[in-house]
Design a protein around this ligand. Sequence first.
Ligand SMILES: Cc1cc2nc3c(=O)[nH]c(=O)nc-3n(C[C@H](O)[C@H](O)[C@H](O)COP(=O)(O)O)c2cc1C
Length: 401
Amino acid sequence: MADMSVDFCGVKFKNPIIVASAEPSNSVLNIKKCIDNGASGVVVKTIGDIPAFRELTKNSKYAILNDKTRPIKGKVPRSFTFYSRSGYISQDHKEWIPILKETQEYALKNGSHVIGNVTGGTLASWVELARMTEDCGVSMLEINLQHAAPPELADRARGIYIAQDPEMTAEITRRVVEAVKIPVMVKLSPEAMSLTEIARAAQGAGAASVCVNSRFKGFATDIETGKPYLGGPAGVGGPWVKPITLRWVQEIYSQLGMPIAGSNGIYDGRDAIEFLMTGARVMQVCSILMLKGIEWLPRMIKEVEEFMDSHGYPDIDSLYGISARQSAGSLAELFKAPRLVVDIDRNKCAYPKCNACTRMCFYDVMKPGDAQINIEGEKCIGCHLCENTCPMDAISLHPRD
Ligand SMILES: Cc1cc2nc3c(=O)[nH]c(=O)nc-3n(C[C@H](O)[C@H](O)[C@H](O)COP(=O)(O)O)c2cc1C
């Protein structure tokens, strides 16, 4: 059986599936339930001292949208959007001292870890909250920078989130890293210009890792009523966002080599494998647990294990970054590949019933003839569109002579 354990920033996790900071980690009951269901770690919902974000959570709103961005009731398809608005933990941060202690004790007894997650209203409170969390014995600390700058940095903020600015990210990361001994993970926002540059700033300031990444903010309208769903902008995410997240996982893994927790777009164990291959060492999952329940975790973990066993991967390191390392670093490298030309297996081709390739070829190569598709091979640039979409699997590409 494959060894699913993974070293992440010097902390040993029994498997790569961690519960992300959100509603499934907002109480003793839920955190213990995540641990009971096999999570190797639980990042607690953000603890902070910003009153507006505490209030926001009391007014949380959630909906599941389908691929037409309409609310779904009942069975959820894989192509869902989780649409939601919530803030951070509503209680005073000090009320979380006994909760963190109790849940971390429970986690360690059960081979798991509690990871703190804090946000400060001022630079001083970032430090205070980080120390408070560390003193409760948690294994790691994540910092959540997805909101306005504290007053001390307001002149630099220019209306953007802390997580959108490398300098503000570095400043807060440095203060937190200096204040605690446990590894610090910086949670990146997908709404930054370059997540790699934010990660670089965090790394330079001493962060042990980055979480790539939290969610986008979106807007969806009910066109029957002309009103926005949930009353206004809300967070969006779902399995469709995975390639966007993985783009940054791959880039940060390749350029900075720092340990990454992948988050945003993970539905099942196969997604987790894809994140591992792209350069994440652990995964943080949220939306799917809010839709399927915390009981979804064992299934996900089992899927990872079964995939590793059936494909002969003995341990997490044998998967880690294997796809990222095969990605061409530049367009010049991609262009070194041999030139290709299209060919059709006439026995498989269903023309004239199907003429998909003639409609999709924008290089005037695939031409509808009387009885068959005619190919003007000298015009083919080997783009793969016809091969990748042919419903009859009749098209292949070969190196040019
Ligand atoms: C309802 C909801 C609440 C969330 N609350 C927090 C939070 O308090 N702190 C935080 O750092 N991230 C929060 N997140 C972001 C998640 O931790 C996670 O990074 C994100 O949802 C992407 O993972 P997913 O695709 O599995 O949902 C929240 C997400 C959702 C959907």
